[in-house]
Design a protein around this ligand. Structure first.
Ligand code: URP
Ligand code: ZN
Ligand code: ZN
Ligand code: ZN
Length: 484
């Protein structure tokens, strides 16, 4: 049984051209004019693009005394509805738990996925066991990315000595270090002070995490990664201070990538001043939304290439869960949704405004991600042999975002009321049509785990640099007598 996508314009990260796409056995088998197949999907007036990859999600994640409310079923359904065909979720070990045991829990949850997925591993504590497990995770489980929380003191946070030890191990094994860059010590101090002064509302969440805490941590992580000789991926880059550090590092030839979120690109900190407590609390996430200047910095980064990808950090909590924090903003579960809206929102505010070309859109929502995470061209490509993870994108199709019509399990949407223009006509996951003209036809359990090997070429570049600065004892002709 073959499928053919006909009459569309293929848009990849570097090319735009008219051609049909033939699919068989879940992969692309032919690209060219006038192709024939058993089933025809009409793409007249549409772009045929690699399906989106969301490199940052938290599905059914235990966090702040609860679990995030979208699981692998509803989360991937939401992603597919919006044109994303792969998610990369974070497996989180409990303190003292082996990385492999944490992965077992994530393996169990992810059997319900409607589209393909992969995992990043979080390093939430440090010890001999983690040191050993890292090798198995990288070499046997095909996971090459490890996140370190520099925030959430007393919970997920790791200190600099732990981070440096972990980064060195990753350098040795060919992994990539990731950081949640916020200075957790300063955030804890600011939070305690704000609470003591009677600032208990959701707006205080933003006051407790100013751009400086993010800029400081990003700079620190870059320097530690540089000393360890490991590539660094900075998740949820939200402000100019952090972007500046990434920009500078990249100009110095360091392998550093920045990941702005669709929320930070399109929503600002005025949301926290809303008179309705629920409205503000629903937008509490870390880092918080920033002002327009920071937003412009992020858009500039995407346009110039100093920021590489756009994610969601999808971590959805219901209004009821958010209300754990009434009277104490530090207890509001941190996180917002976005899986269904990332692609339409970025198209609307990026491509329709002229900030991004369609090719750049593909790069930051899919291809760059697949390349950095090392699953290209299986994912992120429209090429013969690549998985048929595709979105047939109708640039004229529009809607208003509402919680009532969303796939996510929560009762609100942070983009509520926003008009978007540019939506999927079809979304295909390994050749299977999951979305057809707005109709959801997902299949629970269709998703498969995507293995990602270490990118030894990137790490080789860094280890060459390391050799140049390796300590060498100096042969000396004169050594003074010891003592006084
Ligand atoms: O507020 C956020 N971002 N919640 C999810 C966990 C994280 O820090 O990525
Ligand atoms: Zn984070
Ligand atoms: Zn509201
Ligand atoms: Zn996150």
């Amino acid at each position: 049984m073959t499928k053919v996508i006909k009459n569309g314009t293929i848009v990849t990260a570097d090319l735009t051209y008219k051609a049909d796409v033939l699919i068989e056995g879940g992969v692309i088998t032919q690209i060219g004019p006038d192709l024939k197949g058993d089933e025809v999907l009409d793409a007249t007036g549409c772009y045929v693009m690699p399906g989106g990859i969301d490199p940052h999600t938290h599905l059914e994640m235990p966090f702040m005394g609860t679990y995030s409310s979208d699981d692998f079923e509803s989360g991937t359904r939401a992603g597919l509805a919006g044109g994303s065909t792969m998610v990369v979720d974070f497996a989180l070990p409990n303190p003292g738990e082996s990385l492999l045991d944490a992965l077992k829990r994530w393996d169990n949850k992810s059997t319900r996925a409607n589209c393909d997925y992969s995992f990043h591993m979080a390093v939430t504590w440090w010890g001999e066991q983690v040191f050993e497990d890292m090798q198995t995770v990288i070499q046997q489980r095909g996971i090459n990315t490890f996140k370190h929380f520099m925030a959430y003191k007393g919970a997920l946070m790791v200190n600099d000595d732990e981070m440096y030890a972990s980064f060195q191990r990753l350098a040795e094994l060919g992994g990539i270090a990731m950081v949640h860059a916020e200075n957790g010590d300063v955030v804890a101090e600011l939070s305690a002070k704000l609470l003591a002064e009677g600032n208990t509302g959701p707006e205080a969440h933003a006051y407790s995490r100013p751009p400086q805490v993010e800029g400081e941590a990003t700079n620190r992580a870059i320097m530690i990664a540089d000393m360890a000789g490991v590539p660094l991926y900075v998740v949820h880059t939200s402000c100019e201070e952090s972007h500046e550090a990434i920009r500078r590092a990249r100009m110095q030839g360091k392998r550093v990538w920045g990941e702005p979120l669709i929320q930070h690109l399109t929503l600002d900190d005025s949301e926290y001043m809303h008179p309705d407590w629920d409205h503000a609390a629903r937008r509490v996430m870390s880092p918080p939304f920033r002002n327009k200047q920071h937003q412009n910095s992020l858009w500039n980064g995407l346009q110039s290439g100093s920021l590489s990808v756009v994610a969601t950090d999808h971590c959805a909590f219901t209004s009821e869960q958010k209300r754990f924090g009434v009277g104490d903003f530090t207890k509001i579960p941190n996180g917002t949704g976005g899986l269904e809206d990332r692609m339409p929102m970025l198209w609307t505010h990026g491509v329709n405004t002229g900030r991004l070309t369609p090719n750049e859109f593909v790069a930051v929502t899919s291809t760059n991600i697949a390349k950095i995470l090392n699953c290209y061209p299986k994912k992120g490509a429209v090429l013969v042999g690549a998985d048929a993870d595709l979105v047939v994108w109708d640039p004229e199709k529009s809607k208003t975002i509402t919680a009532d019509s969303q796939q996510s399990a929560i009762d609100y949407n942070v983009f509520e009321g926003q008009d978007v223009k540019g939506l999927p006509r079809y979304t295909l996951t390994r050749g299977q049509v999951a979305v057809m003209d707005g109709e959801i036809k997902t299949q629970e359990g269709h998703g498969k785990f995507v293995e990602r090997e270490p990118n030894t070429v990137v790490n080789k570049a860094l280890s060459t640099w390391k050799e140049l600065t390796a300590p060498r004892p100096v042969e000396r002709t004169g050594i003074p007598a010891t003592g006084v």
